[in-house]
Design a protein around this ligand. Sequence first.
Ligand code: MG
Ligand code: ZN
Length: 364
Amino acid sequence: MRLNSLLLALSIFLISGCNPPKQVPEVSPQKPKNVIFMIGDGMGLAQIQAAITAHTQSLNFERFKVNGLSKTSSASSYITDSAAGATAFSIGKKTYNGAIGVDADTVAQTTVLEYAEAAGLATGLVATSAITHATPAAFIAHQPSRKMAEAIALDFLATDIDVFIGGGKKYFNQRKDGHNLLDSLEARNYQMAYSLAAMKQVVEGKLAALLSDSGMPPFAQGRGEMLVPAALKAIELLHKNDKGFFLMVEGSQIDWGGHMNDMNYMVSELLDFDKTIGRVLDFAEKEGNTLVVVTADHETGGLTLLGKDVLTNPDAVHFSTTHHTAVMVPVFAFGPGAEAFGGTYENNTLFTKLMDALGLKTGQ
Ligand code: MG
Ligand code: ZN
């Protein structure tokens, strides 16, 4: 026994002597200065695969080195809507379908955009829908229902957001309460733009660009090149802030193509979103201190790909529903702090990850 113990001690000494415990250097996770959060509404893996197939070459999605999976159910339903989905990202809590920036008890919760704004970062929202639509609204407004577009528009005056670009002008100036919020925005030093050309003229300061009366048209039906210049304009303006910025960019209509089971609509919206991702990644690569995270709120259409001719052969694609589905959606991350976005997690975890990346704390 004694000999055994001696041998054991000796071997431990020899092993530890030969392999001294390695000093693991304290690596604090990298903190980006800027965060660009991009949401492809209704964008599941099949939607991305369809766009890759139709495009016949690699997409910007393939430039990301870190991938994760987001579980999308809401507090009220196995299948989320866009309001609950975006609110999970913006406030960190799962809530009921239709909720805008409020928890499951309809209590307003501070959003990541509001925390960023309060910490002195520049903030922005860009969407290819009305800017009051569920996804962008969830980052700035607090209303019990996504249907309350005029109340959501009023909430844009409650937060000192620096840049917002999308449609939905009528919710600001053709209101039941008779208020003209465009005047109110102007009084708060927003430069107002009602066309892409006017938007491009703005080179510094605050910008409110409302490019249509209600929704925005589809890419292939009149909207054209809007998302790329809008995202780049937002970055150009927000990047002037020394403390950094938080920007949310939404490809809103991938979802609408899915609801209509219309492959051409869906793919053209996805390729527009991908092109925007490419330009955003170009900026992030050059700037060096920007985290880019791309995800979806849910999948739409239950899309299955059964063949290669996704745009020309109806037998090559199958939609199982005209609604949303419950399947997990991908997360793509690039830049300092990207590693935190790997893995499989609930959608509201993305709030914590975004807050951590920006060095922001809740309750402040
Ligand atoms: Mg949306
Ligand atoms: Zn939808």
